[in-house]
Design a binder for this molecule. Structure first.
Ligand code: F6R
Length: 265
């Protein structure tokens, strides 16, 4: 695992965009999973700027949606598909036919999840997954408790997630209570995982993800045992003292030494 701590949100976004642009340049046919939410907005802005300057090509990418509200149509601006189209797919010039949606509006959501799972299998799994972190430790809409082998499926959103997403729906009572999410199994099997974490309200979730027990109660903690993970956090979200005064211990001590080694220090 590589842990990178950025000074602030803008630095986090630039760092993540450079990492992702390098990965996409190296693998222009990648199967790529993109999240919604506030955290990756800066990444998408920076990525679009790099793309406009010719840093990488998107013509052969295949994008998979990470999660979606149940019963919300893709043309609804509050749908995750509508969101990701506005902030990432349009700016990056990615056509609808190269996107595998999670169809929260399908008459049979279980069948829609099976279709998505088949598309992931046909793609040979994910090359690159980009993730945000829920304040309750969720990845995608894999709410705690989440099994690491969980498939793509319909889920009920937790009270914490409904409260947190009320900001996007104009009130907690308006947030759709059910969703479909890519399961933990596909996320953890991805060949590269990039987790972005910003803001003090994510600090405890990040601490549990990196240094807490690996447990269904903290779905992101499974990343501790999963290869090829890069975490980019800003200092507001970083739960430990900064370098210099730090007394690293346990898993974080080992992880931190890895980061320092990767950075050549
Ligand atoms: C969104 C998603 C969620 C968010 C998480 C953080 O597609 O899958 O897991 O990444 O809830 O959301 P923000 O970034 O809005 O704090």
């Amino acid at each position: 695992m590589h842990l990178l701590v950025a000074e602030d949100y803008d630095a986090l976004s630039r760092m993540a965009a450079r990492l992702l642009a390098d990965a996409l340049r190296a693998q222009p046919r990648a199967s790529l999973v993109l999240p919604t939410g506030n955290t990756p907005l800066g990444l998408y802005r920076e990525l679009a700027a790099l793309h406009a300057r010719g840093a990488f090509d998107t013509a052969r990418l295949h994008v998979f949606q990470l999660d979606e509200y149940l019963g919300v149509t893709p043309d609804d601006p509050r749908s995750f598909y509508g969101w990701i189209r506005r902030v990432a797919l349009d700016p990056l010039g990615i056509e609808a036919e190269r996107v595998v949606r999670l169809r929260g509006d399908a008459p049979d959501p279980d069948a829609a999840c099976r279709e998505y799972a088949a598309a992931v299998r046909d793609a040979g799994g994910f090359d690159q997954v980009v993730l945000g972190l829920g304040a309750n430790g969720h990845l995608g809409f894999n709410e705690p408790p989440a099994d690491p082998a969980s498939p793509t499926r319909m889920v009920r959103l937790s009270a914490e997630t409904l409260a947190s997403n009320a900001r996007y729906w104009g009130g907690e009572g308006r947030v759709p209570p059910y969703a479909v999410t890519c399961g933990m199994a596909n996320i953890l099997a991805a060949r590269r995982k990039l987790l972005l974490v910003s803001g003090a309200e994510k600090r405890d979730a990040l601490r549990r993800a990196l240094d807490g027990p690996v447990s269904p109660e903290s779905p992101a903690s499974y990343l501790q045992h999963s290869g090829h993970v890069t975490v980019v956090a800003d200092t507001a979200a970083w739960p430990w003292p900064q370098r210099g005064k730090a007394r690293w211990s346990g898993a974080v001590g080992r992880l931190r030494r890895l980061v320092l080694a990767a950075a050549g220090r």
